[in-house]
Design a protein around this ligand. Sequence first.
Ligand SMILES: *Cc1c(COP(=O)(O)O)cnc(C)c1O
Length: 366
Amino acid sequence: MNVPFLDLKRQYASIKQDIDDAIREVIESQTFILGKQAESFENNFARFNNAKYCIGTSSGTSALQLSLEALGLSGSEIITVPNTFIATSASITAIGATIKFVDVDPRTYLMDLNALEKAITPKTRAIMPVHLYGKMADMESLEKIARDHGLLLIEDAAQAHGATYLGYKPGHYGKVACFSFFPAKNLGAYGDAGACITNDETIAEKLFMLRDQGRKKGEKYKHEIEAYNQRMDSIQAAVLDVKLKHLGEWVKKRREHARYYAENLPGWVKTPETESIKRDAFHLYVIKTRERDALQAHLKKDGIQTSVHYPIPLHMQPAYSYLNIPEGTFPVTEQNSREILSLPIFAEMTEDELKYVCDSVKRFKP
Ligand SMILES: *Cc1c(COP(=O)(O)O)cnc(C)c1O
């Protein structure tokens, strides 16, 4: 048997007619940027997250950059984590702010709140937690820390569509939450797309202008500010609007698969905590073992595709050599980069496939 890490063809097959119709409608209308498809998706995605505003963008990266700029954070110091995709930190540099990394908690792999409090300086103006793997950070504590120190909170929710924390979706505690619709994400477009979620009308208006050449919604020739072209394409919005109807059910499936893994993987594999299975969106199912490389090779021989998120911590990337952060500075992130392994997980996975993966892990002799 071959088990792919992710099989988007199965997802397409299950919604083909609706997707094809939605794309054809855009082509027949011959309007390709924003338009009624983006408006509809923005309304629906705002509602899905119980938020007031959704601003569709050209990618998750642009959602992050525009949010930091809308909040006026240029020139400030922003705290985030080194175990994330580089877009999180690169968006900080892109708007002329400074990155400050803090390590993660060994239990959740999310921002370590003690390390965070120690890292805050008078120059710090914002905290950017990442809801990595689809697990939301401890937003109540983060909001308290942010409030105590007068800091802004921006959520990188690029992997957390459908995740909740105390019943709240991303964007409730943070000033803005940023999503990516990169095709492999829990909610994926057929190309690049992203979105910002906020409850703040002023920030929403700023974001609408920043993504669209400084124009207010509905304006054509009047530009309030100099800005960017980082709008959402109509075809992407149409695809996302079709898929959004299934997102709840797809996330539920991911949780069922996560439970299967938790119950059927052997004891020597460290699996994600099960207490929050009903809240996490399981964009990735990440296990941990000292024998990571050997286990990955063993699974590959059995036809099982796995991946590592992420093998090189950001502070050890060539791109960040200028920060001069020595190895050993963020021990949890560094150990994880050597020991974590992402197993296949997607809504359409079958129980046979899940069993095959678990049996293969059981056959592995560490
Ligand atoms: C995917 C991702 C991004 C970037 O999103 P793009 O749509 O690829 O620009 C940012 N942060 C995290 C944590 C991601 O996983």
